[in-house]
Design a protein around this ligand. Structure first.
Ligand SMILES: Nc1ncnc2c1ncn2[C@@H]1O[C@H](COP(=O)(O)OP(=O)(O)OP(=O)(O)O)[C@@H](O)[C@H]1O
Ligand SMILES: [Mg+2]
Length: 423
């Protein structure tokens, strides 16, 4: 019987698992699942295991359930949050590793079904930095991810930087030695690696001398969606609503409420009773501001994910066309606005600039000269954003840009990293 190992890319938005046949030295299958969890509204007494749904089914169940249960997105972002200890769902406590393990378990079960046994060997990807530059947070995230892997049933685990995974997938497609800059723009992070790829060395035990530099920044598609929500979404939810705090004293409702609905790590766990009470008060003393009511509707009915789906749809359309409609109509929340690509570019400009500044620093620090780069490999869903593509075209006009499968190249390259077990 063949022996297998799994390359697992646990992503902020999408996760993928590639099954590598160690005897035939090839990938036999790649499974993809959106990194989404949905805990059903009602707890079934019969089996606790059945109270949550993973991936695409999380979306259908959330909708079927009237959006009343707990929908969790971008769970990778909480790995590095020291302030997140646990959350209680249906009387059960879940820490970050418990939640991540549910996604890893789902992938593992699907893959085990294909290979026909309980495969415990995996190479799991990790971003170059889980969060900014804090080593303590990074260590915390790595520890939590290791625990999640163990909970999911993996006993033989190695970690690899995600962009190196992407690079190894690209290496399978080239015919000669190249110095390559890889940029992986995902939902949560943008990761870079600069390395020498050589098809003759693919799968070799020691590739250390080929790795020149790796780095990354905590900006990705979620950052673009947050910026869009802030700019185009929050005005529909009553940003800057005025209320009469005491007779004659008019204040503006706290801006933090709107910051919370822009960021997933806040949104996932935004259900405190006190905040709801405060919101009722603001609403009352704003003379029942119609737009502020939308915010209450959004929170009370757990509509965050559906609003962000509309935001993502607008973004994806603008990767292909010059104009799109940002439309949302639900429970008396009515949004219908035309958004041009140039407007969108302005909204995400700050984030694009941050990526640009980081890339310049990365190149300078590692003494990488643009003229010595042979090729540029762009991957990850956010590499499709027009503003991102322009950034690379402007910085490296002389280098042709290649891209592989934006959603599976990391998992595939991780599966090609079996040499890590030989150290
Ligand atoms: N056609 C498109 N145009 C623009 N953005 C897109 C497109 N398709 C997907 N995206 C965005 O790409 C992101 C997901 O990309 P990807 O699956 O590479 O991320 P990830 O691997 O889950 O995240 P990370 O690597 O940061 O953990 C999301 O923000 C999604 O909205
Ligand atoms: Mg990724």
């Amino acid at each position: 019987m063949s022996k297998f190992l799994y390359g697992i890319d646990f992503g902020t938005t999408n996760s993928a698992l590639s099954i590598y046949d160690e005897d035939k030295k090839e990938i036999i299958n790649t499974i993809k699942v959106p990194s989404l969890l949905y805990f059903l509204k009602e707890q079934s007494a019969a089996s606790e295991e059945l109270n949550y749904v993973v991936g695409e089914h999380a979306i259908t169940s959330y909708l079927e359930d009237g959006m009343k249960g707990r929908f969790i997105k971008s769970i990778k972002q909480i790995l590095s949050r020291s302030s997140f200890i646990e959350t209680k769902i249906h009387h059960k406590r879940y820490n970050a590793s418990d939640l991540v393990a549910l996604i890893l378990k789902d992938l593992k079960a699907k893959a085990d079904e294909i290979v026909g046994y309980d495969c415990k060997k995996a190479i799991i990807g990790r971003p170059v930095f889980f969060d900014d530059d804090s080593t303590a947070k990074d260590t915390l995230a790595q520890t939590r991810l290791s625990k999640a892997a163990a909970l999911a049933g993996f006993t033989d685990v190695r970690f690899q930087f995600e962009p190196i995974g992407a690079a190894f997938a690209y290496e399978k497609t080239i015919t000669k030695k190249e110095k390559v800059l890889v940029a992986d723009l995902g939902g949560g992070t943008t990761d870079f690696t600069y390395l020498i790829l050589d098809p003759a060395k693919s799968g070799n035990k020691n590739r250390k001398e080929d790795m020149i530099a790796s780095g990354g920044i905590y900006i990705g598609g979620d950052s673009f969606d947050s910026a869009f929500m802030w700019d185009q979404g929050t005005p529909h939810f009553g940003k800057n609503t005025k209320y009469e705090a005491t007779p004659g004293k008019v204040l503006t409702v706290p801006i933090s409420l709107f910051a919370n609905i822009c960021s997933w790590d806040q949104m996932n766990f935004f259900n405190g009773l006190r905040i709801k009470k405060d919101m009722e008060n603001y609403y009352h003393y704003s003379k029942r501001d119609r737009k502020f009511k939308n915010l209450i509707t959004l929170i009370d009915n757990n509509l965050g994910y559906s609003v962000f789906q509309a935001i993502e749809k607008t973004k994806i359309e603008l990767s292909e066309q010059e104009i799109s409609q940002f439309a949302y109509s639900n429970m008396e929340i009515e949004i219908d606005e035309q958004i041009s690509l140039s407007q969108y570019n302005t909204i995400i400009q700050k984030d694009i600039n941050k990526i640009s500044v980081y890339l310049d620093e990365f190149m300078a620090k590692n003494e990488i000269k643009p003229e010595e780069i042979d090729s540029l490999f762009l991957t990850g869903g956010s590499s499709l954003v027009s503003g991102v593509q322009n950034l690379f075209k402007t910085k490296f006009p002389h280098i042709s840009v290649t891209s592989g499968d934006n959603f599976t190249s990391v998992a595939k390259g991780l599966a090609y990293s079996g040499y890590l077990f030989e150290d």
